[in-house]
Structure formats: structure tokens, C-alpha cells
Design a protein around this ligand. Structure first.
Ligand code: ZN
Length: 462
């Protein structure tokens, strides 16, 4: 019926939708048409002001959700900047209610359009698209042997749907299908989001602890969702040892006794050395095994990265800093596997070591990357870390300063820890390659990077 309304009326409906999706307007309890099967999840979202009912007390669980509404609710859920503004899409103008969330999600690589510059904001979002949105918004990495009859393993959505199913966010339909091209209903949408946010709602999977961390702030608020605007559900004292489950941006879902909820992970430290000020760094030698990285001038990137990383480890351990290495020999590890390993082994910071290359042999110099993909405190820490390392490396090597840069490389973007990626120099440039191939320069780079990391910890623990 809705689909047959003339355009003008449709825009009115959209305006109305905006107001009912607005957090201020919700009255949680009295929605009349919520299916019993999904009541817990929908109540949870309504009570968090993430989704709202319609005037008259209806939720309309079977209605579809537009791509713009989906981006808005997800953006609100993970704390993106929703200020309405110009977007990269020709069909989303700045006055559109979701323009801010759409643009923020696009900049962070959470959504892509339909082809060049087109978003189709008013199209209903499909279950497959929703899986993709959830998998990237919540940094889902784990995959498993779960298959649906109607999702080809070669298809573009296979991976996202698999991750969402592995995480216990969906089980698909009883007939073994997932329905990737069907419009998602408001009820299904709510269930996806609620299960993404709250590990207690997940199906067929026990919430899996990822590790233990220690509260480093004098007190730490526990909240019902991943952001400071969510209700406070508890307070933890300094030194409390919490069990961690899942990260959403800078926030991590924890349990401590009977308290469960999200805390800001910047106020947690690793447990392996529980005294305050103890630091655990993950050093990630890029590439390895079947993936050699860049090759030129008789050098292989994977070998340089590993050798320099092992030398960094030695310097850091000498300085009393615990080091977690994502690899210590010539093996292949996935990008997400590197991050998982670091987190599970109690690292509080992540440094990936790489060697640059270019088609033009004239390109040369040192650069260090960070990602602003997460919420602000982690992005700020990551940038500081990159800045300290870049400065020390330039002092040691005297290479061209290509600067500290923002980029969405997966190991630094899909990473709950402050993270940076160092490009020592260009393997394709003869001057840089001389340094990259030299024991003395590898040693001085390692020392410089370890000093940069110590600068960072001194700043962090100041
Ligand atoms: Zn590389």
C-alpha cells in the first residue's frame, strides 16, 4: 500500500519517519504489535532510544527499512557523527535526515553505494545488505562453516552473511535459506541490531570471552551500549579485573560479577602485568609465507618486516615492555587474524611494520599511518603513536619525510587498539633499498621505533 502512494505523500511519510526515529520521541513500553518472539530485542532497542514506534502505539514489525534509515540507526548505535551535511552521493543531499550518518559511515568504509556516487537512500535495505552493514559496523571478523542454500560461496555477500551468522546474529530461515535479496523487516532489523549490541541476545553461540582486562581509571562507568550517552548500569573500581567480549569502536562489552555492559576500553589495561603502567605492545611484521609483500632490488618486504620487528622486540623488552609478536617466522596470517591474536594476548597497542613500494623508482621516504575509523580517543592515541614513531625514524634514517597520514588499512582500521602502520622506506628506490637491506640501518630503525613506542607510553601514562 505504501508503495502506491504518490511521491509527495511518500516524502511526507519520510519526514514523519524521521521524527519517529528521533531519540527524543520514544515511549518505550506500550507498543501494541510487537511479536512475542522478538519482544526482548525490540524492547531493548526501543528502551535505548535507537528505534521508535509510530504514533498510536504501533511498531509495524513487518514494514521494510530504507537504506537511509538503516544507516541512521546503525550510525547512532555505534556513535558516528550524524550532523547533516554534504555527502559523497549525488542522491543524498545535505538536507536528508540521514546525510550525516551516511557520510560518516561512508568515510569509515562501513557502507558503499550502488556504483559510483549513488546510494539509493529510499530503497528498502535487503537482508544481504544489512549483513554487510552489520559485519563492517561491528568489525565482525570470525567466520565458520555455516552455509545457506541461497547464498553462493562465490557471491559478494557470502563473507558478510557468514560473519553475521557466526556471530550468532542470525540463523536464517528454518528452510535453510537466508533470503539475501529480501527486504528486511523492522522486526528483523531490530533483532539484528540488538544481537549485534548485546552478546546476551545471540543465538546458538555462547558469548565468547576474548580476554581479561584491568580497570585503570579511578572509577569506570559501565553502560548499556557502546557510547557515553547510553544509560549507566554499573561502576567499576580501579583494579577490577573484567572479562571482555566484543569491541564496538573504542567500547568493549565486559562482565564483572553480575555487572554486564559496555565500558570505554581506553580505561582498561592488559592483565599479564597487572601493575599500573605496565604496557603490552603488539608488533606485527607485515606479510609473510605465501604473501611476500613488495619485492625489488633483491629484497623481499616480508623478510625486512620480520627482521626489523624482531629487533624492535629486543629493544622493547630491554625497556621492560612486554611484546606480543603476531608472527616470529615466515608464515602467512590473515589481517584480521593478526588483530585477533594481539587482542587475545592482552596487547594494549598495535604497531604494524611494512616496507613501501611504487612503480616510479623515484618515490622514496618514510611514512606512518593511523586510522580515524574508531571513535575519538582511540584515533587520538593512534595518531600520537604514529607521530612519535615517525619522528624517531626520520631522526635515525634521514629519509624523506612523507608524513603521518590517515588511512583505512584493515589492520589499523578494524582494530580495537590504538594502532599504527609504519612504512619504513621504498623497496623500489635504490637509496631507501640500501638502507632496508643493511643490518646497521635495520638496527637503527628498530631502536628508533622502540623509542617512538616508549615516547607514546610515556605520553599515555602521563
Ligand atoms: Zn606491506
Amino acid at each position: 500500500m505504501l508503495r502506491k502512494l504518490p511521491y509527495l505523500l511518500l516524502s511526507l511519510v519520510v519526514v514523519l519517519l524521521f521524527s519517529i526515529f528521533s531519540p527524543k520521541e520514544t515511549s518505550a513500553i506500550s507498543l501494541k504489535d510487537i511479536p512475542a518472539k522478538y519482544k526482548t530485542e525490540i524492547d531493548y532497542l526501543v528502551n535505548k532510544n535507537l528505534i521508535a514506534g509510530y504514533p498510536g502505539g504501533y511498531f509495524y514489525p513487518d514494514r521494510s527499512v530504507t537504506r537511509e534509515e538503516a544507516a541512521t540507526i546503525i550510525g547512532r548505535t555505534i556513535g558516528l557523527n550524524g550532523a547533516q551535511r554534504q555527502t559523497s552521493f549525488t542522491d543524498v543531499n545535505s538536507s536528508s535526515f540521514g546525510s550525516g550518518y551516511i557520510q560518516s559511515a561512508y568515510e569509515k568504509g562501513i557502507i558503499s553505494g550502488h556504483g559510483e556516487g549513488i546510494f539509493h537512500p529510499k530503497n528498502p535495505i535487503t537482508r544481504g545488505e544489512m549483513a554487510y552493514l552489520i559485519a563492517s559496523a561491528f568489525n565482525l571478523t570470525e567466520k565458520s562453516e555455516i552455509y545457506f542454500n541461497d547464498v553462493a560461496t562465490s557471491g559478494t555477500l557470502f563473507e558478510a552473511i557468514n560473519k553475521v551468522a557466526t556471530a550468532g546474529i542470525t540463523v536464517g530461515y528454518p528452510d535453510g535459506t537466508f533470503g539475501p535479496n529480501k527486504s528486511i523487516t523492522r522486526a528483523e532489523f531490530s533483532v539484528f541490531v540488538a544481537r549485534s549490541l548485546n552478546p546476551d541476545f545471540k543465538v546458538n553461540v555462547q558469548p565468547k570471552p576474548t580476554g581479561e582486562r584491568i580497570v585503570s581509571a579511578s572509577t569506570l562507568n559501565v553502560r548499556s551500549g557502546p557510547g557515553a550517552s547510553f544509560n549507566q548500569v554499573g561502576v567499576l573500581a580501579n583494579g577490577s579485573k573484567v572479562t571482555t567480549y566484543q569491541y564496538v569502536g573504542d567500547w568493549v562489552y565486559i562482565s564483572y560479577g553480575t555487572i554486564q555492559g559496555y565500558v570505554n576500553s581506553n580505561y582498561l589495561k592488559g592483565t599479564s602485568t597487572p601493575n599500573v603502567g605496565a604496557n603490552v605492545i603488539a608488533i606485527d611484521p607485515g606479510h609473510g609465507g605465501s604473501d611476500p609483500g613488495a619485492m625489488a632490488n633483491g629484497l623481499k618486504e616480508k623478510e625486512i618486516n620480520l627482521d626489523v620487528s624482531l629487533r624492535i622486540k629486543k629493544y622493547l623488552e630491554d625497556a621492560g615492555i612486554k611484546v606480543v609478536m603476531t608472527r616470529t617466522n615466515d608464515t602467512f596470517i590473515s589481517l584480521d587474524g593478526r588483530v585477533d591474536y594481539a587482542v587475545k594476548n592482552g596487547a594494549d597497542t598495535f604497531v604494524s611494520i611494512h616496507t613501501n613500494s611504487a612503480t616510479a623508482s623515484s618515490a622514496s621516504g618514510t611514512e606512518t599511518y593511523y586510522s580515524a575509523a574508531a571513535l575519538n580517543p582511540r584515533a587520538e592515541s593512534s595518531k600520537q603513536l604514529a607521530t612519535f614513531i615517525q619522528k624517531r625514524l626520520l631522526e635515525a634514517w634521514g629519509t624523506t619525510d612523507r608524513g603521518v597520514k590517515e588511512a583505512g588499512f584493515r589492520v589499523i582500521k578494524a582494530n580495537p587498539l590504538p594502532a599504527t602502520l609504519v612504512e619504513l622506506g621504498f623497496i623500489t628506490n635504490s637509496g631507501d633499498a640500501n638502507k632496508l637491506g643493511s643490518n646497521e640501518y635495520r638496527e637503527s630503525a628498530a631502536k628508533a621505533i622502540s623509542l617512538g613506542i616508549q615516547d607514546y607510553y610515556n605520553w599515555k601514562n602521563r
